[in-house]
Design a protein around this ligand. Structure first.
Ligand code: ADP
Ligand code: MG
Length: 698
């Protein structure tokens, strides 16, 4: 019995009865390789027979679920193209109506299929549901499928053609539990199970796939969420611990001459929040262990100057600093601002971006290697193999969310355990920060520099454009600057660019012939963009038309109006970022969001939120709620496991307790060796460390 796998995570899913090699192939496409993966494929929702309504008993506007057989599938071309899929439940007929993706849905349904519709009941020549949430049930007489509660699994056309409909999944999962159910091992120690009154792991999988009562579903879900978050936090805790223990960071204790000079040159007082986070960071870098800190602050809260001061401390202590920004424009702006601030101060800085000529690049590389350059500001050009540092002691990463862990790691790897400071452009909701940046210490600048006037934000439909243009004319006449931004998405880049270009010509020739306008977009050469930006800053150009490339970082205090065209196409955080480009001077500023007459509901919520608040933290929370955590942050680029069960919008409490438990365990038992951590150790090693870490527990 030598080669009996000890865990269901090691048994190929093809051995489950009813799967076989062809279906196993399909399953692999959706990430199911092992029996464990299959059990982790949980129902997207459940249908409770006791709450299903008969069509004869429907009432208008009620939210309900109806189950019936498809009797008719019909495309109607006019007045508006739509698909009607009529179902019959022996008491009456109900139309499911789709206005979008008509051809796609026409293929999803077949006459005689049993389906469930959930949604709001309407009436138009009969009962109807518009865009119902639907499931194809394919009931049969089969015992397995006649229970009170029907679990419904996510499926797709492709899976269905392989017999992996919702019902197909129920069947193979049933087989998997029957055969391998007894092999499901507990992976949480008894003290945690007791503490939160969790279901045992084997019970959990039975209950989540084949619940007897609707009330039972919360328990397995709670257990799966906790388990998932606990292990994620254990990973964070171990990283956090490893980054600090044993490893020597460069102790940076000298402060003085340069800092004093710089303080004198900064034309303002630091805010209390800026001083506080500086202190937090200074404590880190003098500690002798590497700093690993996330600096959060709303747009315009003044993160740059704080980062600069820390950089200068590193430089005074004889170390080099690298500051990496996501775009060339932003890197250049940092470079220009910092160079101005450091004029007459003996610190040597360089700008290293892709568009720098090769010969010049080579020179910069040489000065980095020799140690002659103290501070280098750049883009991902900094992580090129040929870049070497003499003594890199501090790495600063601006607008962190645009870089993957890989790039971050590559830059860090160019030093010997350098201190690391990552800054985010937009505040990150707490649950996300704890989850995806949970290994970093966090500092927050929660106070804006004084004198900032809140930006008036309004949403206007296109038919109000004439008034908006008149308003812009007034402000531009008074010498203020205006941004006009067009959306640009990669998929339709050409068309978007065309639209932006045409609008620019229209604005210049027909609407604002008396002003100088310029267009900037991502396809332009770097020096052309820069020239336009400079002219805009100086006032030689009053109205700058751009695609969303100016989103980050650009600083023009005289700009008072941000006009966003097709605002419905921007995400909430993106809108907030754009708004942050104005309101940086003394004059009252405005953000005007233009949309077509008709806008979808989610976009309406985004626009209303923008009108309601200037607070980036509130906006980030709302953005997360509207988008869901999966989309808000690609977890993949963080090199972390996807969250399958936990929902970062609603599960803050669980994140918090899981985090506390995990950090306590690592603090007391960093190698996870204690007797009562044995279960954790094995599972953690196999499912987390082996997959996501270079760190090892010995
Ligand atoms: P962000 O946090 O978005 O990166 P920046 O660092 O670009 O913000 O700062 C935004 C603007 O605020 C800059 O023009 C900067 O000079 C200015 N600023 C920063 N700190 C203060 C302060 N304490 N008082 C006044 N202005 C400040
Ligand atoms: Mg910034």
């Amino acid at each position: 019995m030598a080669n009996i796998p000890k865990s269901i995570g090691a048994i190929d899913v093809q051995y489950v009865k009813g799967v076989g090699s062809a279906r196993a192939e399909q399953l692999k496409n959706i990430g199911i390789q092992t029996v464990q993966d299959l059990l982790n494929y949980i129902p997207r929702r459940y249908l409770d027979r006791s709450t299903i309504h008969k069509i004869s008993q429907l009432s208008i506007n009620s939210e309900t679920t109806v189950v019936g057989r498809v009797v008719k599938i019909k495309k109607i071309p006019r007045p508006r193209q739509r698909l009607i899929v009529t179902i019959y439940d022996k008491t009456g007929l109900l139309d499911g109506v789709w206005f979008n993706q008509v051809d796609y849905f026409a293929k999803v349904f077949e006459v005689d299929q049993e389906v469930a519709y959930s949604g709001k009941i309407g009436f138009y020549k009969g009962w109807q549901m518009i865009h119902p949430d639907f499931d194809i049930i394919e009931e049969s007489k089969d015992q397995l499928h006649t229970g009170q509660i029907i679990p419904l699994y996510p499926s797709s056309e492709q899976l269905r053609t392989r017999g992996l409909s919702s019902r197909g999944f129920r069947r193979i999962i049933h087989h998997a539990l029957e055969k391998y159910g007894t092999m499901i091992q507990e992976n949480l120690p008894a003290f945690l199970i007791e503490k939160y009154k969790l279901m045992s792991r084997p019970e959990t999988y039975h209950a989540i796939h084949f619940p007897k009562k609707m009330e039972e579903i919360n328990q397995p879900m709670r257990r799966l969420k906790y388990e998932e978050l606990f292990y994620m936090q254990l990973l964070m805790a171990l990283r956090h611990y490893t980054q600090r223990s044993g490893i020597q960071g460069a102790p940076m204790t000298t402060t003085g001459v340069i800092i004093q000079k710089v303080y004198q040159k900064i034309p303002y007082e630091l805010t209390g929040a800026q001083r506080r986070v500086l202190k937090e960071m200074y404590n880190d870098i003098k500690s002798g262990h590497p700093m690993n800190r996330l600096l959060q602050g709303d747009v315009g809260s003044g993160k740059t100057v704080v980062a600069l001061i820390i950089a200068l401390i590193a430089i005074e202590n004889g170390y080099q600093t690298a500051l990496m920004a996501p775009t060339e424009i932003l890197a250049e702006q940092h470079y220009i601002n910092i160079r101005n601030l450091l004029r007459d101060i003996p610190v040597s800085i360089q700008l290293l971006i892709g568009s720098v000529k090769n010969q010049q690049k080579k020179k910069i590389h040489d000065t980095l290697k020799s140690g002659e350059t103290n501070l280098v500001i750049g883009t991902h050009a900094l992580v090129q193999e040929t870049v070497e540092f003499k003594k890199l002691g501090l790495v600063i990463i601006d607008e962190q969310h645009r870089f993957g862990v890989v790039q971050r790691g590559e830059l860090i790897g160019k030093g010997l355990n350098p201190h690391v400071l990552v800054m985010t452009a937009t505040p990150i909701p707490r649950t996300l920060a704890m989850t995806f940046y949970g290994d970093l210490d966090t500092s927050v600048i929660d106070e804006m520099p004084p004198g900032r006037k809140s930006i008036s934000t309004v949403w206007r439909k296109e038919n109000k454009l004439t008034q908006v243009y008149n308003f812009i004319r007034e402000r531009a006449d008074a010498g203020e600057r205006v941004y006009v931004v067009y959306p640009l998405v990669e998929e339709s880049e050409k068309m978007d660019l065309k639209a932006a270009t045409e609008s620019y010509q229209f604005l210049q020739n027909k609407i604002f012939p008396e002003f100088n306008l310029a267009l900037i977009h991502g396809r332009m050469r770097q020096d052309e963009k820069e020239t336009a930006m400079k002219k805009f800053k100086k006032g030689e150009i009053s109205i700058l038309v751009s695609t969303s490339v100016i989103e980050v970082g650009v600083d023009v205090p005289e700009a008072t109006i941000m006009l966003i065209e097709h605002a419905e196409r921007f995400g909430l955080s993106q809108l907030h970022q754009l708004r942050g480009r104005v309101g940086r001077g003394l004059k009252k500023s405005y953000c005007i969001m233009i949309t077509p007459e008709e806008v979808n509901e989610i976009a309406v919520q985004r626009l209303r939120m923008m009108e309601k608040t200037n607070d980036g933290f509130l906006i980030a929370e709302e953005d997360l709620r509207l988008r869901g955590s999966g989309e808000f942050f690609g977890t993949r680029q963080h090199g972390l496991p996807d969250l399958k069960y936990a929902d970062l919008v609603n599960d803050l409490k669980i994140v918090e307790v899981a985090r506390k438990d995990a950090f306590e365990i690592i603090a007391n038992d960093p190698q996870v060796r204690l007797e009562n951590h044995q279960l954790i150790r094995e599972y953690f090693q196999e499912n987390y460390l082996a997959k996501y870490e270079t760190i090892r527990i010995s």
